[in-house]
Write a protein that binds this ligand. Structure first.
Ligand SMILES: Cc1cc2nc3c(=O)[nH]c(=O)nc-3n(C[C@H](O)[C@H](O)[C@H](O)COP(=O)(O)O)c2cc1C
Ligand SMILES: CCCCC(=O)C(=O)O
Length: 371
């Protein structure tokens, strides 16, 4: 890194400058024409903030509690695969930085360090104090014993929730990866959570099966084999959000996978009011996709999200300067969030309500849902 990063954008540029272009493309890319990738970010720019003043908010808190676990900021690290592609310490570096910031990290099932080792690194980074919760992201596997073994590994590691990604009946079509011939991890790296789960293939990316066979019955089955809170990641339709609640799911991650699965779906921010209305506050909704600024976080929380997730920014900061980079990234977002709260007249996340945002061209006649 040449200059001190002052924003997520700086990390993006720094990562692009240092990384092998094949990996830079893997991180930045999305499905097909990448229309949804762009839409996610653009939606935050379209929505306006309408602050309140003279609210006496000199004392502010960014704390949140989710499923009984406390975090010191409403920004969590969305699951991203293969951290060792961009940093030799991989997920260990990320976990230390998240722990230092008090932020929830969602470990990808496709991590290049085993979940137990990641959890241990987070605990050590907190030197006796309670680390923030670690969650585990899961792709249901056609072989139930494999899924069960993964759940057991996550549980034994002390993970506090399972994030089940349901938007991946097939792997998204990343044309950049195809063009670059990027299909697998380089020699020496593997998906450590999968080691010894299937005969003959030790930690191979190919072991992660995407399948279109899953139904709500599989969610019920998962509900029956674990006491951990279950969040579904990738539910976009309000009817599916209602179904999720009916099936006893504990939370939703409103995500379009950063535009990496089905292209041309709406920006997650645009869907948030409908999803929040569908779940009626019965379960928390975490939004990810395109969050790059403290103002973005505030907008999502104002529209009903309990927290937001960041995907690419973490990979960029990690690629730029490892653990230090991710620490700096989370500090920057914390600073941005705090000054946005100050300028909006808010003292904490509970003060972030729909009256703080305005949809300039999203009037009633546009057909968009306005809370
Ligand atoms: C490089 C990369 C790897 C990802 N790996 C996973 C994964 O293993 N599991 C998953 O559920 N989502 C994965 N995602 C999606 C993220 O969890 C998240 O939904 C998305 O990145 C959020 O959008 P943002 O990158 O604009 O913040 C990945 C995204 C990226 C960019
Ligand atoms: C099997 C790894 C999946 C990674 C992923 O979800 C993504 O790159 O978006």
């Amino acid at each position: 890194m040449t200059a001190v990063a002052l924003s997520v954008r700086d990390f993006e540029a720094a990562a692009r400058a240092t990384l092998d272009p094949v990996y830079a493309d893997f991180i930045a890319g999305g499905a097909r024409d990448e229309i949804t990738v762009r839409a996610n970010e653009a939606a935050f720019g379209e929505l306006q903030l309408l602050p309140r003043v003279l609210r006496g908010n000199a004392v502010r808190s960014l704390d949140i509690t989710l499923f009984g676990g406390r975090a010191s900021m409403p920004v969590l690290l969305s699951p991203t695969a293969f951290h060792k592609l961009v940093d030799p310490e991989g997920e260990v570096a990320t976990a230390r930085a998240a722990a230092a910031a008090g932020a929830i990290m969602v470990v990808s099932m496709a991590s290049t360090v085993a979940v137990g080792e990641i959890a241990e690194a987070a605990r050590r980074a907190c030197e006796g104090a309670d680390p923030p919760p670690l969650w585990f992201q899961l792709y249901l596997q056609p072989d139930r014993e494999i899924t069960e073994a993964l759940v057991r590994r996550a549980t034994d590691a002390g993970c506090a929730a399972l994030v089940v990604t349901v938007d991946s009946a097939v792997l998204g079509a990343g044309e950049r990866n195809r063009r670059n011939g990027f299909h697998d991890l380089p020699p020496g790296l593997r998906c450590e959570n999968l080691v010894d789960l299937r005969d003959g293939e030790n930690g191979h990316v190919r072991q992660i099966l995407m399948s279109a066979e899953f139904t709500w019955e599989h969610v019920d089955w998962l509900r029956g084999i674990t006491d951990l809170p279950i969040l579904l990641k990738g539910v976009l339709h309000p009817d599916d959000a209602r179904l999720a609640v009916r099936h006893g799911v504990d939370g939703l991650v409103l995500s379009n996978h950063g535009g990496r699965q089905l292209d041309t779906v709406p920006a997650t921010l645009e869907l948030l009011p409908e999803i929040a209305a569908a779940v009626e506050g019965r379960v928390p909704v975490v939004l990810d996709g395109g969050v790059r600024r403290g103002t973005d976080v505030v907008k999502a929380l104002a529209l009903g999200a309990s927290a937001v997730g960041i995907g690419r920014p973490v990979m960029w900061a990690l690629a730029d300067s490892g653990e230090k980079g991710v620490r700096r990234l989370l500090e920057l977002l914390r600073e941005e969030l705090d000054d946005t709260l100050a300028l909006c007249g808010a003292s904490g996340v509970a003060d972030l309500t729909p009256e703080l945002v305005r949809f300039p061209s999203w009037g009633p006649r546009s057909g968009r849902v306005v809370p």
